[in-house]
Design a protein around this ligand. Structure first.
Ligand code: ADP
Length: 410
């Protein structure tokens, strides 16, 4: 306003001077120039003033919006409630301001106003939070919890951008990404590679040993060579069984999410499996007895994979239950109930502590026993994979000294 007034003063002065100049007989052009200068002074002044106003104050509608804004915290909380990642909101004082549903589910309800150290005592979490609060820079660490169950998290803290800009307080998001399952899969993968290499290395070492013996001490001994060649063939067969099983597993993993959709009648499938295992059963002096219904028993499935399931189960029953001399196979299709196929043997049974682990890759009750029976330790893992794809279950009942029953329930 002060500058506005001085503009008008210039104009007034210019008018007075030009009138005085005109009256005192000066050149009228000079008087007009003075007048024009006065008007220009006012215009320049106005332009300056407008520029100054728009720079200093925000446009009116922006100021209105800021006033109408809801408080920041409830807005953030309602947005986070849709997220399945546990998130806590804390203030610069390290006190809790809120948590989303996922955080409540994972860690229980913490009351607002509680310091985060009341829930997490881990120095690495607390140091990280302290550092971010001091620097406003995001940070993350890996954190494991043992109780109530073993879990591994990536814990991250980051400032909420602009939370303090509208007169509110500075807020920070503390999130917990659960990577326990990823870690478990990583561990399983590396265990699997270690086991597979170990299983292949043993027959390979034996092959190499026999080759060296035949090149050296047994060079001129045809009888020994014949014996060694038989063992070498057995070892090579063992390696090829192992590679076949590994390939089956990896093929099954690739299509694990695709449920099979052909109609397969289980009665001829079981008949086919019995026929293919008859030579083995005869060698082991075991009788395979089938108990089949008259009618068709159809399930949605992949015929070749179902053949593999029942081959593995019946072959195991013959090998490990050999002393029972009989293997019974029942196919049941009760009215309104699930289709079931049970394979029973009357062998030594499986001690209860081994039962939950039987379908793990390379898990065997006795490694020596399995090897002597040409086992790879992958048969039941393959069965489990196929059944998972078929949305079917494997139920194992076993009593030591009585026998074992494997049931597939579709
Ligand atoms: P393997 O190739 O060693 O037979 P599997 O995965 O088929 O591997 O079986 C895993 C282990 O489960 C076997 O090594 C054996 O110890 C045990 N097992 C499987 N079936 C039977 C059975 N019918 N009776 C007793 N033990 C069994």
């Amino acid at each position: 306003m002060r500058r506005m007034r001085s503009g008008w003063a210039y104009l007034l002065a210019a008018v007075l001077i030009s009138v005085a100049a005109y009256l005192s007989g000066a050149d009228p052009v000079f008087a007009v120039i003075l007048l024009v200068l006065g008007v220009l002074a006012i215009l320049v002044q106005k332009g300056d003033e407008q520029a100054e106003v728009s720079f200093v104050a925000p446009p009116e509608h922006v100021a209105d919006e800021a006033e109408d804004d809801e408080p920041v915290l409830p807005v953030i909380l309602s947005t986070l409630s849709a997220l399945d990642l546990p998130v806590f909101i804390i203030g610069r004082d390290g006190m809790l301001r809120g948590q989303n549903f996922a955080a409540e589910k994972a860690f229980g309800t913490l009351s607002p106003g509680q310091h985060i150290s009341a829930r997490w005592r881990s120095p690495s979490i607390l140091d990280m939070v302290r550092e971010t609060i001091a620097t406003d820079e995001p940070n993350q660490i890996e954190h494991s919890e043992r109780l109530p169950s073993e879990r591994v998290y990536i814990v991250r803290i980051a400032p909420v951008p602009q939370s303090a800009e509208k007169g509110g307080e500075a807020l920070f998001l503390l999130s917990f990404r659960d990577i326990s399952e990823l870690r478990r899969l990583d561990r399983m993968r590396s265990d699997f590679v270690a086991n597979a290499s170990h299983e292949l290395r043993t027959p390979l070492a034996s092959l190499r040993g026999f080759i060296e013996t035949m090149q050296g001490p047994a060079r001129g001994d045809p009888k020994a060579q014949e014996r060694f060649l038989a063992i070498m063939l057995e070892q090579a067969n063992r390696m090829s069984r192992l590679v076949d099983d590994l390939l089956s597993l990896s093929r099954l993993e690739l299509k694990a999410h695709l449920a099979p959709d052909q109609k397969v009648d289980l009665v001829p499938v079981i008949g086919h499996v019995r026929d293919s295992l008859t030579p083995l059963a005869r060698d082991l002096d075991v009788e395979i007895r089938l108990h089949l219904p008259e009618d068709r028993v159809e399930v949605l499935g992949d015929r070749d994979e179902l053949v593999q399931v029942f081959e593995n189960l019946i072959e195991n029953a013959c090998k490990y239950g050999q002393e029972g001399r009989v293997v019974d196979v029942y196919v049941r299709n009760p009215q309104g109930g699930p289709v079931e196929v049970s394979v029973l043997d009357f062998g030594p049974g499986i001690p209860a502590e081994h039962v939950p682990r039987l379908t793990e890759r390379f898990y065997r009750v006795s490694v020596a026993d399995s090897r002597s029976k040409k086992g790879t330790g992958l048969g039941l893992a393959i069965v489990k994979h196929i059944l998972t794809r078929h949305r079917a279950r494997l139920i194992v009942k076993s009593a030591v000294g009585v026998g074992t029953e494997f049931t597939v329930r579709f």
